[in-house]
Design a protein around this ligand. Structure first.
Ligand code: F6R
Length: 620
């Protein structure tokens, strides 16, 4: 998704912009650019492809531009118009230069009008048109701030912009009117703006999350927040973030994704610490969470999400049904929002989104709120739109996830869902056998078991299997019960980072069609831990084996019968054996993440920034 950085102050602006854009690279982009003031003129350098291409245009010598102390930068993920240099941001119209994130829905009409008034847009983008509007307003005599406000009156759709004008060189104007924009005062004097907090953390931890309809008006001396609608000055408090800059580095791992896979035990511990009452000795002590109180009276729960978060929701359904005995539905947000779902009395809709910015998930939360239905969120980002708009929110504390593929945020989401299931089970008296307290005791041990597992022989076996199977023409990931959604997530990981066709399937469904695909070129990853579904899954394994597929089996270390059926074998260590079967997704998922990672590096893909993908999907 597009990323924006803006700066005015006393530091070399080009350096701040390029470093900031690097921090936003994880969002996924296909072109980039910067614009900066040289005396009272604006210079632009932009290029197709990676940020390095822009740095090359800066002659590799950012220091050479040290005299520039004001500018804006952008990474673009193409929506309107191809990813070319011409379409890259910043866009210039006369003395006005803009960067933009989001979509201008009425761009066709605007374009016609602008051309009718004698304008000549140079790009295919909707974004450039905004610059024309600001330019025209300034030519009518408005100052930059007023011209930006006036321009928004012509624009439909959710977007954020940052604008400069050669007519007002001491000013950077940013607007949040959809996609997120954050601002911070530079302790050395000046202001930095960006699409998320990461570019700011090098300079300060005090960050203002602009609200919808906020304008940041920044000069080297001050930062004012002004209402887009009224033009009146607003009070906005800065939030203090605890994400240290070191957390943003790779810490010795070759890729962020691998680092983040290994950070999962820590992410689970931090998430537990963030949600549970530390002083309590009761199991699942969540009662102090506002979201938990809201769930107390729920009669049915609707989980809504996209992508990996949707897979987490699928696991959550199994848990909530089993432990809390409450009706649960799981929906893709992009489908739910356009259906006519029937929700009963006491329905609660829970949106799950690691970024808290996914357009479809947010749309569902807004729709439900408008209908008077209670909404909850699970997100990793404090201050995200989901966290502000849902009635209450549960935070995962996975820390920043830079790799585009969800890893630690996924397992942290799982954890929250299991906490909710256990909490609600006790609350609703759904545990006559007293199985929930021992489950909690096991759950708090899971981070340690996972840390050991990530360093165990099982991972070495997964690496070997990845090497052996990397050239397969396609993959199925199959499982039953809790392992079914884990299989879906495993297949998604392989597709997104290794670009290999993979399908996740409920093992019992294979014979209803997809088994026709099986031949010697296919690999099938079979998740068959010793759980209530193991024997049925093994029968399905035999069916695909008989048709020539190469099998990677995952099962209990002492399940020799299963191991003997597999071409490749990943044993789950004995330490895992006492765990309730419902906890196995916490181990199986990281295993499959690592398996996909190993295949991807063998294929030489850009693991942290897979092609065509974006970290935060703010368009529907
Ligand atoms: C896959 C992945 C995506 C996201 C999806 C939803 O690894 O990361 O499928 O899960 O785009 O994103 P969030 O959770 O931010 O709503």
């Amino acid at each position: 998704m597009c990323g924006i950085v803006g700066y005015i102050g006393s530091r070399p602006a080009v350096d701040v912009l390029v470093r900031g854009l690097r921090r936003l690279e994880y969002r996924g982009y296909d072109s980039a650019g910067v614009a900066f003031f040289r005396d009272s003129r604006i210079e632009i350098r932009k290029a197709e492809g990676k940020l390095e291409n822009v740095e090359r245009l800066l002659n590799g010598a950012i220091e050479g531009h040290a005299d520039a102390t004001c500018g804006i930068g952008h990474t673009r993920w193409a929506t309107h118009g191809k990813p070319t240099t011409q379409n890259a941001h910043p866009h210039q119209t006369g003395h006005v230069v803009i960067v933009h994130n989001g979509i201008i829905e009425n761009y066709q009409e605007l374009k016609k009008e602008i051309i009718g008034r004698g304008g000549h847009p140079k790009s295919e983008t909707d974004s450039e048109l905004f610059g024309f509007l600001v330019y025209e307003e300034m030519e009518k005599g408005l100052g930059l701030v007023e011209a930006v406000r006036a321009s928004f009156r012509h624009v439909q759709g959710a977007c954020s912009v940052v604008v400069l004008s050669e007519k007002e060189p001491g000013l950077v104007v940013g607007v949040r009117n959809g996609s997120p924009l954050v601002a911070a005062r530079d302790p050395k004097g000046g202001t930095i703006l960006a699409s998320d907090a990461q570019p700011l953390l090098e300079y300060t931890r005090e960050v203002i999350f602009l609200e919808q309809g906020d304008m940041a008006v920044a000069s080297s001396g001050e930062l004012r927040i002004v209402s887009l609608e009224t033009g009146k000055e607003l009070e906005r408090e800065a939030a203090r973030l605890d994400w240290s800059p070191e957390k943003l580095d790779k810490q010795g791992f070759p890729h962020y994704m691998l680092k983040e896979i290994h950070e999962q035990p820590g992410a689970l511990v931090d998430t537990l610490n963030g949600l549970l009452e530390r002083a309590s000795t009761a199991p699942f002590p969540l009662a102090e969470q506002p979201g938990a109180r809201l769930l107390d009276s729920a009669r049915e729960i609707h989980l809504v999400a996209c992508g990996s978060s949707w897979h987490a929701a699928q696991v959550g359904k199994y848990w909530l049904e089993r432990w809390a005995r409450i009706p649960v539905s799981v929906d893709l947000a992009s489908e739910f929002r356009y259906r006519a779902p029937v929700l009963g009395q006491g329905a609660v809709v829970l949106g799950i989104s690691q970024s808290g910015e996914t357009a479809d998930t947010l749309a569902v939360v807004r729709q439900m709120k408008a209908l008077g239905i209670r909404t909850l969120g699970i997100t990793n980002v404090r201050g995200s739109t989901l966290s502000r708009e849902a009635d209450a929110v549960f935070y995962t504390s996975a820390g920043p996830e830079i790799g585009v593929a969800a890893t630690k945020t996924f397992t942290a989401q799982l954890l929250v869902l299991l906490l909710l299931a256990g909490y609600l089970g006790l609350r609703r008296g759904a545990d006559p056998q007293g199985a929930i307290p021992p489950l909690f005791e096991q759950l708090v041990r899971v981070p340690h078991l996972l840390a050991d597992f990530l360093g165990s022989e099982a991972m070495a076996s997964a690496r070997e299997a990845a090497a052996a199977l990397a050239a397969s023409k396609g993959f199925f990931f199959i499982g039953r019960g809790y392992s079914f959604p884990v299989a879906l997530e495993g297949a998604l990981k392989l597709k997104e980072i290794a670009y290999i066709h993979a399908e996740g399937y409920a093992a019992g469904e294979l014979k209803h069609g997809p088994i026709a695909m099986i031949d010697e070129g296919m690999a099938v990853v079979v998740l068959a831990p010793r759980d209530g579904w193991r024997d049925k899954t093994v029968s399905n394994l035999e069916e695909v084996k008989a048709r020539g597929a190469r099998i990677l089996g995952v099962g209990a270390a002492d399940d020799h019968a299963l191991a003997s059926l597999c071409d490749h074998w990943v044993p789950l260590p004995a330490a895992v054996r006492p765990l309730d079967e419902c906890l196995l997704p916490f181990l199986l998922t990281p295993l499959l993440q690592l398996f996909s990672y190993e295949i991807a590096i063998r294929k030489g893909t850009d693991v942290d920034k897979p092609r065509n993908l974006a970290k935060s999907v703010t368009v529907e």
